[in-house]
Design a protein around this ligand. Structure first.
Ligand SMILES: [Zn+2]
Length: 73
C-alpha cells in the first residue's frame, strides 16, 4: 500500500518567504539633530512599532539627541 504524499504538508527547502503585506506602512521621517541642527528627510518603513530608516547618526556623530518626526506618505 502506498501513501499519497501529495496530501502531506510540504516541508522541503522551498519554505515560502514571508510576503510583504500590501499595506506595508511606508513613512517619511524627518530627523533633526539637536546638536548641530542638521535636518534629514528619510523614507522609512514601519516595522513592529519602530521605524526602519537606515539612519545611523548625524554628520556630527550624534546618534542620540535627535528630534524624529513621522509623516505618512
Ligand atoms: Zn548633528
Amino acid at each position: 500500500m502506498r501513501l499519497n504524499c501529495s496530501a502531506s504538508v510540504y516541508t522541503g527547502p522551498y519554505i515560502a518567504i514571508q510576503e510583504v503585506p500590501m499595506e506595508e506602512a511606508r513613512v517619511k521621517v524627518t530627523i533633526r539633530c539637536n546638536l548641530c541642527g542638521e535636518k534629514f528627510v528619510l523614507r522609512g518603513r514601519r516595522d513592529k512599532g519602530s521605524i526602519d530608516t537606515g539612519f545611523k547618526q548625524c554628520i556630527c556623530n550624534n546618534s542620540n539627541d535627535l528630534d524624529i518626526e513621522e509623516h505618512s506618505v
